[in-house]
Design a protein around this ligand. Structure first.
Ligand SMILES: Cc1cc2nc3c(=O)[nH]c(=O)nc-3n(C[C@H](O)[C@H](O)[C@H](O)COP(=O)(O)OP(=O)(O)OC[C@H]3O[C@@H](n4cnc5c(N)ncnc54)[C@H](O)[C@@H]3O)c2cc1C
Length: 418
């Protein structure tokens, strides 16, 4: 490696949406950028449906993806709120486009040079001095650059090294997630659910559901999937059972869908049939993929540590009610790319403004997630809090506020549905 390439090279750790967005923008601006991703090969979808909120398409286009919203997802013109017995409690026009993580990942990966994407490379730690930063990999190799960007997600190794005190906080509820093929749904359930974003309610629980592109990104009728999220209270002590497979292995950082214990799945199916609106219970029954995620709040007090910058979910993770993780992630990447270009190599100065802006956005987003998740968080608390949360739960308001456009400090105004 020559001294000059080390002086301009930018190392990005994590090759998901944050890393790829930033990598693409910087590559197009002429920087010597390299992305290092722990997972070998192409990454598979995690079953996460994505609401295309304002900022998302701009982020993708800024990264070089030549696509419009309608090319990337399923357009839904309206929203409904469904009660426990399957009745429609409210309905509003609320146009939005829904897509999948995999659709966005594939689009970003397709426009990033293969030779600059290094898969199967895991960063163990970083070292830096006044003039350079070094990534040290688990395979014993290392690489130097002028700047290192940690886009390594919620369990970021780089953040853990620099700020070990920053830990995700579990607010006592999980989300069960299901993906069902469009053709697996009965005609009646399809008619109620498929062309509208649904928010649904049951005692002590609630959730959402919406159509997303099919496994091969198809958006044609008959080829799509239904994505369902079911928020359910679980005490922290109950997580160990959910995260332990039939062979007794504990998966503290997330259990693969195929490893869920039979007893856990059976209990989930029985509970769905007993308490969820019938259309939603049907989705759970016919789903081809079922998994769960603990809900977590993560807030970083700093994003810039000398020549290391933290972006995306590694910096802030808000609860899925806001559905703004991807626009936040692409927004972080665009803001950082802009700062790097404007700074002309003077990293301390250019990164300060970036940090001020993106800390504000991240904090506002986490706070918004806590507000939207307050009903669920109250469920395992004192009886008085539960009653107050029940009295405050207004289906129409939940329908309009969940996954809705919101100004997190970037000048984007709440636009739809009100
Ligand atoms: C169920 C669910 C639903 C969601 N719904 C929405 C939604 O509707 N709208 C929305 O905008 N957002 C949504 N999100 C959030 C969105 O998926 C994330 O915000 C976004 O993917 C974050 O991207 P990221 O690149 O920062 O992190 P991640 O996607 O977590 O990527 C981090 C990457 O770093 C890699 N990595 C980790 N450690 C290392 C290491 N040491 N070395 C090298 N590589 C490493 C990982 O393998 C991974 O590929 C949802 C999330 C979930 C889980």
């Amino acid at each position: 490696m020559s001294a000059s390439s080390r002086e301009t090279r930018i190392l990005i750790i994590g090759g998901s949406l944050a890393g790829l967005t930033l990598g693409n923008v910087l590559h197009r601006a002429g920087f010597d950028v390299h992305v290092f991703e722990r997972t070998p090969g192409q990454m598979e979808g995690r079953g996460a449906g994505i609401t295309m909120l304002p900022g998302l398409i701009e982020g993708l286009q800024g990264a070089g993806v030549q696509a419009t919203e309608s090319m990337l997802g399923v357009h839904l013109p309206a929203r409904i709120a469904i009660g426990q017995n399957g009745e429609i409690l409210a309905e509003r026009d609320f146009p939005q486009t829904m897509t999948t993580w995999k659709r966005l990942y594939d689009a970003l990966r397709a426009v990033f040079p293969e030779e600059r994407y290094h898969d199967g490379r895991t960063v163990q730690r970083v070292e830096q001095d006044a003039g350079k930063v070094t990534a040290l990999f688990t395979d014993g190799t290392s690489l130097q650059g002028a700047l290192l960007v940690a886009a390594d997600g919620l369990r970021s190794a780089v953040r853990a090294q620099l700020m070990p005190e920053v830990q995700p906080v579990y607010p006592d509820y999980i989300a069960w997630r299901c993906l069902a093929d469009e053709n697996a749904l009965s005609a009646a359930t399809h008619a109620t659910l498929f062309n509208r974003y649904a928010v649904w309610f049951a005692p002590g629980q609630q959730g959402i559901g919406y159509a997303v592109p099919g496994p091969d990104h198809a958006v044609a009728p008959g080829k799509r999937q239904y994505n369902m999220v079911w928020y359910r209270p679980v005490p922290e002590t109950g997580l160990v059972r959910l995260l332990t497979d039939d062979a007794g292995h504990y998966h503290p950082n997330g259990i693969p869908p195929t490893a869920l214990a039979r007893e856990v799945l059976a209990e989930m199916l029985a509970t769905a049939t007993r308490i969820l609106p019938p259309q939603i219970a049907e989705v759970v029954r016919v789903a081809r993929m079922r998994f769960f995620q603990p809900i977590l709040d993560l807030e970083s007090p700093r994003l810039v540590h000398g020549r290391v910058v933290i972006i995306g979910d590694a910096a802030f993770t808000a609860r899925p009610h806001v559905a703004a993780g991807v626009p936040k992630t692409t927004g972080d990447a665009l803001a950082l790319a802009h700062a790097i270009q404007a700074g002309e190599g003077d990293y301390p100065a250019c990164l300060q403004l970036f940090e001020d802006l993106r800390l504000r956005v991240g904090r506002t987003m986490v706070g918004r997630g806590q507000y939207l998740g307050a009903y669920m968080q109250a469920q395992l608390g004192p009886e008085s809090g539960r009653q107050a949360a029940e009295a405050a739960r207004n289906p129409e308001r939940v329908m309009l506020e969940t996954a809705a456009p919101f100004d997190y400090g970037e000048g984007r105004v709440a636009a739809h549905g009100n």
